[in-house]
Write a protein that binds this ligand. Structure first.
Ligand code: ADP
Ligand code: ZN
Ligand code: ZN
Length: 801
């Protein structure tokens, strides 16, 4: 084997080519599939992944690999197969797909350097910048007084070249320990000879003798109130030594978590568990849909299924939505399996994520609990993959590669011959329809496990409030109910849907809303920084005191952010202690945890928040849940709007009365007769499913039809529209007659970061040709995409329209 097939790190590459490289002799014994390598690529040296080793190549004059970046492979052969499959399946690039599978710490950084090729005199400013060196850092050039035109001229003259070099970095954290290397007797002898002046040394030696194990250098020096210098004689005498050891950055304090024993299962749980365990024992790749109401004990089923798998020496992946990766959820797994659990999600630092990933790679853990990308955990003996709250939109990545974690889970399960569990109180219509058809295995858990009833859901028509002269966001009923809880010292969760409630600035005279200059979206007011920010790009500006259009001074904030709700609630019920949880109050690392802890300790009566409080939380004293505006979801232009409303109300209701106390839910709405609210209120999933399926069928939406969304963007709106039109025509011509092409239309947000966006949609039942046709269209536009800043994005089965 002297040739390696390598996927190279060229982000702009629109093609999925794999390049051949020669393996130099000194690397033939060490190189393995799945390692990162450094290779020449044009004038650059870049990083790449070895996908295969082989003996022959069609290409002449291959360049050799420069060096290896790993000593063990970071991608398993299975993950390489999954990556290739995924790139094809989602029409993404190999390189971004593999990068999405790995922790960010393994991504290469590059130095941009300028190489001097000539010994002749360069223009004076350049000579000065190089200062006799052959290489100049690009940053240094930019900081210098060299005119850009001059630099370009020298490049064109062939006196200089720009090269890229992979920055070698080691993301491993190391710590220095002090360790005694002599015997205790030798040390004693040494101290015996120490004079009084060397009292400190004596103390240090005695301390180490008593301790009898290595101690962190930093801790040691602090304890001894000394400096590194004073321990030097001890090192010189070979009595102690300093050792460097790799350490993990531990995001969780395992000691603080109480261990739990398995609960005795209720019948519905036992039945589900038996089915799952049997499937595992028979090495089947069944997909189970665990449809259980909130509180039915799904998590306990997961825990016991994992225990079964671990007993057989196998491993498990548990996916939970990012926002419900609360310490409470993590602790349930750590509480059962202790240090066998690694946790992966984006709230961890880059280093922590890398360390958790390495625990998996080194087979030091058996279970991974994490968000979407944890589905790629590099286990080699997978026995089970669980996706909790499988209906959550966050399992779909909205950026390249546009994958759904569910598809990856099912693909991996096929390879490992192991079951998948999709758990939810409100499965997506797609999932539940498949379960009913028998494609997936349906497991129903209709009852709550701790015998408490599902809370009563009361509906308040906010229009009546308005008629009665109540202009606040709080109905009289909700305020009354809050006051009763305060008296009884019970707790309250108030939920506000963020998407419907951002604060914007509007002029009362001319009605102008202040928008981002680059995106067609109103700016959101952020109180803390007193600025207006765009949620699509980085744009922000100071709050104007005059309307930019008509110069009127009657410009003011509209909409209701969580802050404003908090203020108005404080006015209505001054005695209430409120904790607000939203993106603003949880920005700092650990603040999420801190706020939840305060609430758990009953240092507050009301937890007020956005989506992030809708799931996973389990507080025994919460007996009232309020949904402030249920409408804000189904007013979105998305065919899943009703489904989302139903899911949300069901989910939020699950937060009330989870234990001995009975709960109550109050849902406020301006359109209380909407069917999604009505079914949610009666906890009627089957009813909602039937109604919504009928509508989807009538309007030809998933799960009856599939959708593909094609978005074209360009700085010039005419060009974007034109390309979209041509693409629609091509699709119409080459796809089957039954398939519908919708559009071209402007995208819901017509402009983002100064690019105009148009879209068309493919709606189809059976379209075996789709991938081919789309691939040919992309190929056709490849050159134009490179040359004129044209972008074509394809989202197969989009989640959020
Ligand atoms: P879900 O994940 O379906 O919402 P949980 O697993 O969180 O449900 O269970 C809800 C509550 O019921 C938890 O407090 C849990 O400890 C409890 N519970 C679960 N299974 C049992 C059981 N078999 N016996 C007693 N209590 C249980
Ligand atoms: Zn105005
Ligand atoms: Zn913007």
């Amino acid at each position: 084997m002297n040739i390696a097939k390598v996927v190279v790190d060229v982000p702009a590459s629109q093609i999925n080519r794999v390049f051949d490289y020669l393996i130099p002799d000194h690397l033939t014994d060490t190189i393995e599939v799945g390692m990162r390598v450094i290779v020449p690529f044009g004038p650059r040296t870049i990083m790449g992944y070895v996908l295969a080793l082989t003996d022959h190549s069609e290409v002449e004059g291959l360049k050799p690999i420069k060096s290896l970046m790993d000593i063990v492979p970071i991608l398993t052969e299975e993950l390489i197969e999954v990556g290739k499959w995924l790139a094809n399946h989602t029409m993404s690039f190999y390189i971004s797909t593999f990068q999405a599978m790995l922790p960010q710490a393994l991504k290469a950084d590059y130095h941009k350097l300028i190489h001097r090729l000539t010994i002749d005199q360069l223009p004076e400013s350049l000579e000065r910048a190089f200062a006799g060196r052959d290489y100049l850092d690009f940053d240094e050039l930019e900081a210098s007084d060299v005119p850009l035109s001059q630099f370009k001229q020298s490049l064109d003259d062939g006196d200089l070249e720009v090269i890229y070099q992979v920055k070698r970095k080691d993301n491993i954290k190391k710590q220095t320990f002090v360790k005694k290397i002599s015997s205790t007797a030798q040390l004693d002898e040494y101290t015996a000879h120490l004079t009084n002046q060397a009292k400190k040394q004596k103390l240090m030696v005695e301390f180490l003798v008593d301790l009898n194990e290595p101690i962190l250098l930093k801790t040691f020096l602090t304890k001894m109130k000394t400096t590194r210098q004073t321990i030097k004689p001890l090192i010189d005498h070979n009595l102690i030594t300093l050792i460097e050891e790799e350490v993990y950055r531990e995001p969780y304090d395992d000691q603080a978590i109480d261990r739990t024993a398995p609960l005795k299962l209720k019948d519905q749980q036992a039945e589900a568990l038996t089915a799952i365990n049997q499937s595992f024992d028979q090495q089947k790749d069944d997909v189970f849909v665990l449809h259980g109401v909130t509180g039915s004990g799904k998590t306990e089923v997961y825990l016991q299924a994992i225990a079964h798998v671990m007993n057989e020496g196998k491993e498990a992946i548990v996916l939970v939505p990012e926002i419900s990766l609360t310490p409470q959820m993590v602790n349930r797994f750590k509480g059962r399996f202790g240090s066998d659990v690694a946790v992966m999600h984006s709230a961890l630092s880059k280093g922590e994520r890398f360390d958790e990933w390495r625990k998996v790679q080194r087979k030091e853990v058996k279970v991974v609990v994490g968000a979407r990308s944890a589905v790629f955990a590099p286990f080699e003996n997978l026995g089970l993959i669980i996706i909790d709250e499988e209906h959550e939109a966050s399992y779909k990545q909205e950026d390249h590669p546009r994958y759904h974690a569910k598809d990856v889970a099912i693909q991996r399960a096929k390879h490992h011959k192991c079951p998948v569990i999709l758990g939810s109180a409100t499965p997506t219509l797609e999932t539940y329809a498949r379960a009913k058809k028998g494609v997936y295995q349906l497991l129903e858990m209709p009852d709550r496990s701790n015998l408490s009833e599902m809370p009563e859901i009361d509906l308040v028509d906010m229009r009546d409030e308005l008629h009665a002269g109540n202009r606040t966001m709080f109905s009289r009923k909700l305020i009354e109910a809050i006051k009763i809880r305060l008296e009884k010292q019970e707790q309250i969760v108030l939920f506000l849907n963020r998407r419907g409630y951002s604060t914007f600035v509007m002029c009362r005279d001319c009605g102008d809303v202040i928008e981002c200059p680059d995106c067609d979206i109103s700016l959101t007011y952020h109180r803390k920084q007193n600025r207006l920010k765009c949620h699509y790009c980085d744009y922000h500006e100071a709050v104007p005191n005059k309307c930019p259009s008509c110069e009127s001074e009657t410009i003011r904030y509209f909409g209701t952010g969580t802050q404003k709700v908090e203020e108005s609630l404080s006015q209505l019920i001054p005695e209430a202690r409120i904790i607000r949880m939203d993106v603003d109050t949880t920005q700092r690392k650990g603040s999420h945890e801190r706020l939840l802890k305060q609430f758990a300790k009953k240092q507050a009566d009301i937890l007020l928040g956005t989506q992030m409080i809708a799931k996973g939380l389990d507080f025994p004293d919460v007996t009232l849940v309020g949904v402030l505006a249920a409408d804000s979801l189904f007013n979105l232009p998305d065919f899943r709007a009703a489904e989302r409303t139903f899911q949300l109300i069901t989910q939020v209701s699950g937060r009330a009365g989870r234990h001995h106390l009975t709960g109550e839910v109050i849902v406020q709405s301006y359109t209380p007769d909407h069917y999604s609210i009505d079914y949610a209120r009666n906890y009627d999933y089957q009813g909602f499913f039937a109604k919504e399926m009928a509508l989807r069928k009538a309007f030809q939406y998933p799960p009856y039809y599939y959708l593909t969304l094609i978005t074209v963007s360009h700085p010039n709106p005419n060009r974007a529209q034109e390309v979209t039109r041509v693409i629609s025509q091509l699709l119409n011509k080459h796809l089957s007659n039954e398939t519908k092409i919708l559009g071209p239309t402007p995208s819901p947000i017509e402009r983002i970061k100064n690019r105009y966006r148009f879209q068309c949609m493919i709606k189809y039942k059976y379209e075996p040709n789709q991938h081919n046709v789309l691939a040919r269209i992309l190929q056709y536009y490849e050159d134009m995409m490179r040359k004129e800043d044209l972008l074509i994005q394809i989202d197969l089965q989009p989640y959020q329209l």
